[in-house]
Design a protein around this ligand. Sequence first.
Ligand SMILES: [Zn+2]
Length: 163
Amino acid sequence: MSRMIEMKGKRFGRLTVIRQNGQDPKNADLLWECRCSCGNIVTVDGSRLRGGYVRSCGCLRRELARERYTKNEGFTKNMGNPRNLRNSDGIMVSSIKESQRNTSGVVGVSYDKATDRWLARLMYKGHYVLLKSFDTKAEAVEARKAAEKVYWRRNKQDKQTVV
Ligand SMILES: [Zn+2]
């Protein structure tokens, strides 16, 4: 019985033992009703409590997971967010990728929500030979068409693939 008294009122992490509450049918360990600092009541195996395996009702693990997630996010930000990279024309590199799913209906022309401008792009031999932003869709389409003329003609000559 002394073990019971010993456990009562003890703290294990966030858990404070309230009272003995039954027995684990598997290993005959005493179960203890504990109050977590968050207010939850949980019943925990005494050996798991003493072994330090259980230190909260589960809220601690949830918080740690959240913290890890937040830290990772912060870490990524400090790395220099690649989403904020801009090309020489001042266009967000990320918007180029995003705009590929969000096109205007004209190949190589897309609307960039972030800058409220129209992007015209043409890739030639793995590089952007056209990557400019315009105030209007018409201007962007025109630029794309003009670039197509130049590079697609050139392309026919050296039989390279144009994306
Ligand atoms: Zn808790």
